[in-house]
Design a protein. Structure first.
Length: 313
């Protein structure tokens, strides 16, 4: 069944789950995408804030919920105490609205801003930290047997200190299947650079294009508007070699575009090495020239001697 209509619920609307009875008060709209609308809500019983996503399309939102549930199960099994996706999904239910059943799920509220806005405000060198944290998130996902798929700047929320959370799990596929949701520029197929099989290298590639997009937008735009049959990974590599803003990440980007990492742990390691090596040395405090210190020492000695001679008689 497909539910396809737009929702515009005002602040203060009470959402009550049809089956589980959870009650959530809408605080404000967080965002609206192709698949659903996301509200900041307060759980009535606990006064805690969460994000609540309602789907326009029952099939799409159900597949997103299935992935989140599987991730949650895996998270619990593999890392019972670690903070990971096991706490991400809070509740799943339906909301009865004007005679229709609208599926929704409640998830952890992420207080952050999209990657592009974050870099624009804090400066592009914050890509070092945000990129590191994003790669760690991907590693966790890959090690659990999943590929994110639709990696793009809008799906990456960044907190004050560069901590990263991925949102929109609608494009997640298990390794070996086909990537089910993607966005042109970040898609390997768009660049004739490989297939759409869900494998970690698919996400590395997308992440490389995210970096190029955010740090060297003009040449990427230019390359993306060529005839489809002309596009290739060579165009991306060309940008990577030429754009000074990408210099700190050059080696990483080249490997990601060509899918040359052994696994995502290796990708994390190389990113860390490169960003650590490219940081400028801390500025040393200017030191006092030696001759001034010697002159000062001689003056003090002479003064002490003069005072001694003066008071001796
Ligand atoms: N857990 C969350 N915490 C805070 N904000 C969120 C959260 N989830 C989603 N949002 C906000 O809601 C917006 C829409 O969410 P989401 O990307 O999941 O919707 P979508 O319909 O699947 O979008 P798309 O068109 O990209 O597929 C996001 O861009 C983000 O601003």
């Amino acid at each position: 069944m497909t539910t396809s209509f737009k929702l515009n619920l005002p602040q203060g609307t009470l959402i009550t789950g049809r089956w589980r009875g959870g009650r959530y008060l809408i605080q404000r709209l967080l965002g609206q995408g192709a698949n659903g609308v996301v509200y900041l809500v307060k759980q009535v019983d606990s006064a805690r804030l969460y994000a609540l996503k309602m789907g326009f399309d029952t099939v799409d939102i159900q597949s997103e919920i299935n992935v989140l549930k599987a991730l949650q199960r895996q998270g619990r099994r593999h890392h019972p105490v670690r903070r990971d996706n096991s706490g991400y999904l809070v509740e799943v239910d339906d909301y009865s609205f004007q005679g229709k059943e609208i599926p929704f799920y409640v998830m952890r509220y992420i207080k952050g801003e999209p990657l592009r806005a974050f870099l624009a405000r804090r400066g592009s060198r914050w890509m070092d930290a945000a990129g590191m944290n994003l790669l760690r998130q991907l590693r966790r996902l890959h090690e659990s047997g999943w590929v994110f798929g639709d990696l793009k700047p809008e799906n990456v929320l960044v907190g004050t200190y560069g901590e990263v959370e991925l949102i929109d799990y609608g494009g997640v596929s298990s390794i070996g299947r086909s990537v089910k949701q993607f966005t042109e520029w970040y898609d390997r197929g768009f660049w004739n650079a490989g297939g759409r099989t869900a494998e970690p290298s698919y996400d590395w590639f997308s992440f490389a294009v995210v970096c190029i997009h955010l740090l060297a937008e003009q040449p990427l735009k230019h390359a993306a508007t060529q005839l489809p049959q002309m596009r290739s990974s060579g165009d991306l590599l060309d940008i990577v070699y030429k754009a000074p803003s990408l210099a700190p990440y050059r080696e990483w980007l080249q490997k990601a575009i060509q899918g040359e990492f052994r696994d995502t742990a290796e990708a994390c390691l190389l990113w860390k090495e490169l960003v650590t090596a490219s940081r400028p040395e801390p500025v040393k405090k200017p030191t006092t020239p030696r001759w001034i210190i010697s002159a000062f020492a001689i003056s003090v000695t002479l003064l002490v001697y003069a005072l001694y001679m003066a008071f001796r008689f």
